[in-house]
Design a protein around this ligand. Structure first.
Ligand code: HEM
Length: 251
């Protein structure tokens, strides 16, 4: 029997068609793709919001750098002294970070593959539900930048030099001195300023986008959530950014 007269039960145009989408099978594949995309978006939203919660706490603690050496070192020591808080927070943050970053990269690559990357021209959407602003288009770039920043930051701070100090009669780590010395270097200051703008931009778009991915979208509240996310992006970015600048200026 000639090949072309054979019925193909899957509905493919040829048995060798590499593209399943125009077929009955394709509909299943398309739905599986959509479901996995939604699942990925939910995971990205949940891990992103959980990671975000760390930032205002970290910012408020770090603002004590502006109060003075003893206050900041006492704060750092008091955190360490709460049993299991630091190890649990560290393991949690690391797990969230790894899941969030790997899912984001895999999602980005899957979207590119599904779309095909050979658009003649890329036109950003204007307004509408997707709100594809410059920030959303650059989420992957800002995410990768943060992915580079965090390990560098941990090496500099958490695993940086241990300066001993006596605090209230007891030995402690002089973290204040470490941060002050780091922020005396203009290159470190420039690196932090750049990364803090990027962190702010990531929140600026990501916050509202996470709520949208979780289905928490209501026409009345959506503009408020958007505004809140943008405000938090600006305030948190600016708050972190002020620290290296102020400490450099006060050197
Ligand atoms: C100017 C801005 C910042 C300053 C001065 C700063 C300062 C510090 C310091 C001093 C530590 C060490 C704490 C310790 O070992 O007890 C630390 C840890 C850490 N920072 Fe920052 N930080 C800044 C911004 C950020 C940002 C924007 C992020 C995330 C995007 C971040 C994520 C972390 C993480 C994950 C840790 C480890 C926490 C832990 O292991 O307990 N930091 N930071």
């Amino acid at each position: 029997m000639a090949l072309e007269s054979r019925a193909v039960p899957t509905g493919r145009t040829t048995p060798y068609s590499p593209r399943p989408f125009p077929t009955a099978d394709g509909a299943v594949a398309r739905r599986a793709y959509a479901v996995s995309t939604i699942g990925t978006k939910v995971i990205l939203a949940v891990t992103g919001l959980a990671l975000f919660l760390f930032l205002p706490i970290h910012l408020v603690g770090n603002l004590l750098l502006l109060v003075g050496s003893d206050t900041f070192n006492r704060y750092a020591r008091s955190l360490e002294s709460i049993p299991v808080l630091v190890p649990v927070a560290e393991v949690g943050l690391l797990a969230l970070f790894v899941i969030h970053a790997s899912k984001a990269v895999l999602n980005f690559l899957a979207n590119r593959r599904a779309r095909g990357s050979n658009y003649a021209a890329k036109r950003p959407a204007t307004g509408g539900a997707s709100r594809k602003t410059w920030a959303s288009a650059s989420m992957i770039v800002s995410g990768i930048t943060i992915g580079v920043f965090v390990p560098v930051h941990l090496l500099q701070m958490k695993f940086g030099a241990y300066y001993p100090v006596t605090l209230d009669g007891a030995p402690a780590r002089d973290l204040y001195r470490l941060v002050r010395e780091l922020f005396h270097d203009p290159f470190v200051v420039a690196f932090y300023v750049f990364c803090m703008v990027v962190v702010g931009a990531h929140i600026y778009h990501g916050f509202a986008s996470a709520f949208q991915s979780l289905g928490a979208y209501h026409p009345r509240y959506a503009p408020l959530v958007l505004l809140l996310g943008r405000g938090l992006g600006v305030v948190i970015g600016a708050g972190f950014l002020a620290l290296p600048l102020v400490m450099y200026a006060a050197r």
